[in-house]
Ligand binder design. Structure first.
Ligand code: SFD
Ligand code: AMP
Length: 641
């Protein structure tokens, strides 16, 4: 039996290892069983409990990607425009042509999808028409969305092949073969056990990165963020350290959200047709419209890019015309009026009550904290508007952002050769695959697209394993060395805990919480966080690079008083790496490609001539040296229809 400080070491051999238990992982777990031969072993490892882990933990109110009768090329056009033109059309198209099948499965597994009157009992796959909130989004009763998706994955894979509450710390390369994945190592956050996995193929789908930047909610509100707090950049950090090429890590997502509760805005803008105004009641999208002229074509599409919508909003805030208000009151009143006109006063009353219930349910289904803010502040959305606020930055590749790992795309749609090198969804490290938030340069997949992408990757991994049947992973290190490395924060604590009488004050160690605050302060103040209203420049970022190097040295001294704190410590190691990748990419890109997400004031313009290209980077796993470079961009789908 292991004890705190002396963990047991458990070695596991498998053919396919899935790291993560979120949407992409669940998609992979389901799909892999449809293709693999009976003797191919699959293991899924999640740091949390799959039923409520990852971004969909609280549930969702909409599925943001469902094509229905629409053209996958139009979907590519929308995504490309929203991400300012620098995306991989091949990856987006592939998600577009597969995503609906995942949504049909969700419905089959019991997810209630809103339907048009008369179509309530007709499944989507049989032609039932969904209630669309927007062109690509459909409404659901989604409080139990993740529970259903996880249940299907568990049932497919079998609980004997799933381990929950194990945090994967790093990927392991093969000792004999260059640039070849061989395994991964992690620890249980419930028992004193280290796990060493040897695997032929690995799917790394541990989500995006939250809490790298100082969040707006600190102290009493700490723990509130929009994206899930427990996704700590493990995907980007572990892939980078294994030598995988990253792409577009300079991209970030700064969503406009309901202030303090981080409630999403999509349903309000799209379904309830609400408008946002400045504090004087002016619609800034109208009054600041001319600012978009500077960013053709991204500013002039039917729906201007998300960052540009932020850009127009931020001008109001900077110039003192805040707060920004979501006019929930006007939207609900307008809908009530239209009901009265159409159905008469009595019937309208019932419909209005239902509408108000839906307004609350939108948050109760996916962002309960926002309903808490409304209740706590006595906000009746039908009577009073709510403040909107741009949040702290997040790194993600599946929502309205596109940072991530460079992967091999489909080979049947005429993409340039350097975009596909054999196995779909494989990174530049042989045998290492990713999906969802892990895939860079292709955003707007959301929950459904991430699930679909996990399925696409799973199929390719089976092929990889069949083609590399005779491979035997060989690890370079003795498993005991991993135990030492992983438990270092525990050793720091045990060796020095009696040096002072206050457990958090000690010259020999730093708590993970304090170290996290230091990372967040650097990122906030120098790398365009909320503290500088998303503004930075080369000198500020150069200072940040130095500060991050010092922080890395000090991070060796993190302590862990228990297994939960050990998890916090390792999350920090991953966050630092993810933050550093972001910073290095931002420094490299000499333009401001995403105004409204961040501004590099030394180059405060979009430069279509020199920077309409991918920025990629790679760490050499042997030397630790980081290189950043350009890769050519191509439009496969003509952007002007
Ligand atoms: O309203 C380790 N998302 C929305 N998608 C939609 O389709 N509709 C919406 O309505 C959406 N909105 C929304 C969304 C997310 C959030 C948080 C809110 C609102 C409040 C986005 C999707 O949820 C998102 O695109 C997908 O979930 C991404 O899928 P994936 O698989 O890439 O990530 P994940 O689901 O977060 O899962 C990550 C998993 O990794 C685990 N993990 N396991 C082992 N070791 C480690 N080191 C690990 N680190 C992490 C996690 O536990 C998890 O299982 S709205 O805003 O637009
Ligand atoms: P959000 O709630 O902001 O995460 O957005 C949910 C979905 O609605 C995503 O597909 C967004 O791209 C989209 N969306 C949000 N706000 C708007 C808007 N003002 N106009 C068009 N689409 C939007």
């Amino acid at each position: 039996m292991g004890s705190f400080g002396n963990p047991d070491i458990v070695e596991v051999d498998t053919d396919i290892l899935i790291i993560g238990g979120g949407m992409a992982a669940c998609g992979a777990a389901f799909e892999v069983m449809r293709w693999k031969p009976a003797d191919m072993r699959v293991r899924l490892v999640d740091k949390a409990a799959m039923e409520r882990s990852g971004a969909v933990a609280m549930g969702l109110s909409a599925i943001n990607t469902y094509l229905g009768e629409q053209d996958a090329c139009d979907y590519v056009r929308m995504v490309s425009n929203d991400l300012m033109g620098i995306v991989r059309d091949d990856l987006i198209f592939d998600v577009g042509r597969h995503v609906d099948d995942s949504v049909h499965l969700f419905e089959e597994w019991g997810l209630p999808i809103w339907k048009q009157p008369g179509d309530e009992n007709t499944p989507l796959k049989d032609g039932g028409k969904p209630v669309r909130s927007g062109k690509w989004q459909i409404m659901i009763n989604g409080e139990s969305y993740k529970v259903l998706v996880a249940e299907a994955a568990k049932k497919a894979l079998g609980m004997e092949n799933i381990q929950e509450r194990i945090f994967i710390v790093k990927l392991l390369l093969d000792a004999n073969e260059d640039n070849r994945i061989a395994g991964a190592v992690g620890f249980s956050n419930r028992e004193d056990k280290i796990y060493v996995y040897r695997s032929n193929a690995i799917l790394l789908v541990a989500g995006g990165a939250v809490n790298v930047f100082r969040p707006r909610s600190v102290a009493e509100g700490m723990g509130r963020t929009w994206y899930p707090v427990w996704n700590a950049g493990s995907t980007y950090a572990m892939a980078a350290l294994a030598g995988a090429e990253l792409t577009m890590m300079e991209n970030r997502f700064v969503p406009a959200r309901f202030k303090d509760g981080y409630g999403p805005v999509g349903a309000w803008f799209l379904l309830f047709k609400a408008k946002a105004t400045n504090g004087r009641g002016e619609n800034y999208l109208e009054t600041n419209k001319e600012m978009l002229q500077q960013y053709p074509p991204y500013g002039q599409a039917a729906v201007p890019a998300t960052c540009l919508r932020n850009h127009l909003m931020m001008k109001e805030m900077r110039e003192g015309r805040g707060p920004i208000l979501m006019r929930t009151d006007l939207a609900l009143q307008a809908l009530a009026k239209s009901y009265e006109d159409e159905f008469g006063a009595k019937e309208a009353q019932k419909k209005i009550k239902h509408l108000e219930a839906e307004a609350w349910e939108d948050f109760l289904d996916m962002c309960i904290g926002q309903a808490g803010v409304w209740a706590g502040e006595n906000i009746e959305p039908e009577k009073r508007p709510s403040e909107l606020m741009p949040t702290e930055p997040y790194f993600l590749g599946s929502h309205s952002g596109c940072c991530g790992i460079w992967v091999s795309g489909p080979d049947d749609i005429g993409a340039p050769a350097e975009w596909h090198w054999g196995y779909r969804s494989m990174t530049t490290v042989n045998g290492l695959f990713t999906a969802g938030d892990g895939v860079g340069a292709s955003g707007h997949k959301f929950s459904s697209g991430s699930h679909a992408e996990g399925r696409i990757a799973a199929k390719a991994m089976v092929k990889w394993c069949l083609d590399h049947k005779d491979y035997k992973p060989k690890l370079a290190q003795d498993p005991k060395e991993f135990a030492e490395e992983i438990y270092k924060p525990v050793r720091n604590y045990l060796a020095h805990k009696d040096f002072s009488t206050a457990v958090d004050v000690n010259p020999h160690y730093i708590t993970p919480r304090m170290l996290q605050a230091r990372l967040q302060k650097i990122m906030d103040e120098y790398v365009a966080g909320v503290g500088t209203m998303y503004v930075t420049n080369e000198m500020m970022m150069t200072i940040a690079v130095d500060k991050i190097q010092e922080l890395k040295k000090d991070s060796e001294k993190m302590r862990a008083m228990d297994l939960h704190e050990l998890t916090r410590a390792w999350e920090n190691y991953h966050r630092i790496l993810a933050g550093e990748a972001h910073l290095r990419h931002m420094l490299f890109r000499k333009e401001t490609r995403y105004p409204g997400f961040y501004y590099n004031k030394d180059y405060d313009f979009v430069d279509e001539v020199n920077w309409k290209c991918f920025v990629n980077s790679r760490i050499d796993p042997k030397t630790g040296e980081w290189t950043t470079f350009k890769r050519a961009h191509h439009d496969l789908v003509p952007k002007q229809k």
